[in-house]
Design a binder for this molecule. Structure first.
Ligand code: SF4
Ligand code: SF4
Length: 378
């Protein structure tokens, strides 16, 4: 096929139905993970959508074709109306996944969520070692509470995923993190090397592992996957800074996922607000269907027509969609450039060198979301 013919096939602006909705119910969170993907300018509680507004948004999402609802944050259990939101999702036939740090939950509340139709629980952990986990989250007693909630989840017969963001402060614990997932009876473990947006970008030097550590972690995961086949599903997200090809970020801009912020802004990905020049519409002002199909921010990088070289003529352009727009903007200054994680990008060599340089220096102190002493459970 000629290049001209290929370019004639470039996809443009007709979206299918989104599969998933990431509902950031609140940016409030008692933890302070230094890799948090929330924006540096956190949205305030008084700006959050009401219960009625969220329930209406869920109905619009279901009508649009969304099947999976991820209840996220911040910490979604900080919302007192979470039971009503879960019940509404269940009545609409949405598969609901609670993405939680777990420290605010009681057994009674979790039972109530289950009774109202919650389908799945995903608990984030900072490490398998309690002291180090609490240091990373800046929250004393948090790890022990997470393990308790994980056991309640299993006792209620809810499927459990453990999510473990990986960086230089916990990468050595990977074998024990896998063992912890097995001990807790989790069906799935997500081992996700930190992606450097939001607070993670602010703390990049403090978090960046060495290339050797990353390669060793990949080998370890490959071995564990083979050994635990049929017992534990392990998802593995490699860090972009040591990759040769980018990930198909969000499965492509505006292709399958909608994110809604606590105040109702609708985003193609949770980090999209870091890109200058894009205006994001709000569910308070326009229907979700219209925003999904017509809003300029969703159209900006949908399909392939927006691409520059080397993506424009690349054979992988409908596989990885040029990688991550936010990372392209943050590192190259233009969101329409190829993701610098790609070795066809002119920025790739400097990008990987930066990771080697930062990981080679002693880790700086974390910058936390709130200054001050550790918070406590109870
Ligand atoms: S990453 Fe940590 S600080 Fe951010 S919302 Fe999740 S638990 Fe809270
Ligand atoms: S050039 Fe663009 S489309 Fe091709 S592999 Fe790199 S990022 Fe992906």
């Amino acid at each position: 096929m000629s290049t001209a013919t290929e370019l004639g096939r470039q996809t443009t602006t007709a979206p299918g139905a989104p599969l998933g909705l990431l509902a950031e119910l609140t940016h409030r969170c008692p933890l302070q993970c230094p890799y948090c993907s929330n924006p540096l300018n956190l949205e305030r509680a008084h700006d959050e959508l009401s219960t009625e507004a969220w329930c209406d948004v869920l109905a619009q999402a279901a009508e649009l074709g969304v099947l999976q609802l991820h209840l996220s944050g911040g910490e979604p259990t900080a919302r007192r109306d979470l039971p009503q939101i879960i019940e509404r999702a269940a009545s609409l036939g949405l598969y609901s996944n609670l993405i939680t740090a777990a420290v605010l939950l009681s057994r009674e509340r979790l039972e109530d969520f289950a009774a109202r139709g919650l389908d799945h629980v995903q608990i984030s952990i900072q490490d398998s070692d309690a002291a180090n986990a609490d240091r990373i989250a800046h929250y004393a007693g948090g790890h022990a509470k997470k393990l308790e909630v994980a056991r309640w989840t299993k006792a209620l017969n809810l499927p459990l995923t453990l999510n473990a963001p990986i960086h230089r402060h916990n990468i050595a614990s990977l074998p024990d993190i896998i063992k912890l997932a097995l001990d807790l009876g989790a069906e799935r473990l997500e081992v996700a090397h930190v992606q450097y947006y939001g607070w993670a970008l602010r703390n990049r030097q403090a978090l960046m592992p060495t290339r050797e550590q990353v390669l060793a972690s990949a080998e370890l995961i490959a071995e564990a996957r083979a050994r635990l086949k049929g017992v534990l599903i392990i998802d593995f997200v490699v860090p972009d800074y040591y990759a040769r090809r980018p990930k198909p970020c969000m499965g492509g801009w505006g292709r399958g996922i909608i994110t809604i912020t606590p105040s109702g802004r609708v985003l193609p990905c949770h980090a999209a607000q870091t890109i200058d020049g894009l205006a994001f519409e709000n569910v308070r002002d326009r229907s979700l269907r219209e925003i999904w199909s017509k809003s300029p921010a969703f159209q900006a990088f949908r399909g392939t027509a927006w691409m520059r070289e080397p993506c424009r003529s690349c054979e992988f352009r409908e596989l990885d969609w040029g990688g991550c727009r936010c990372q392209a903007f943050a590192v190259t200054g233009a969101a329409a450039n190829a993701d610098p994680a790609c070795d066809k990008s002119g920025f790739h060599a400097a990008f990987t060198q930066l990771a080697r340089t930062e990981s080679g220096r002693p880790a700086e102190a974390f910058t936390f979301r709130r200054p001050g002493p550790d918070r406590r459970v109870g």
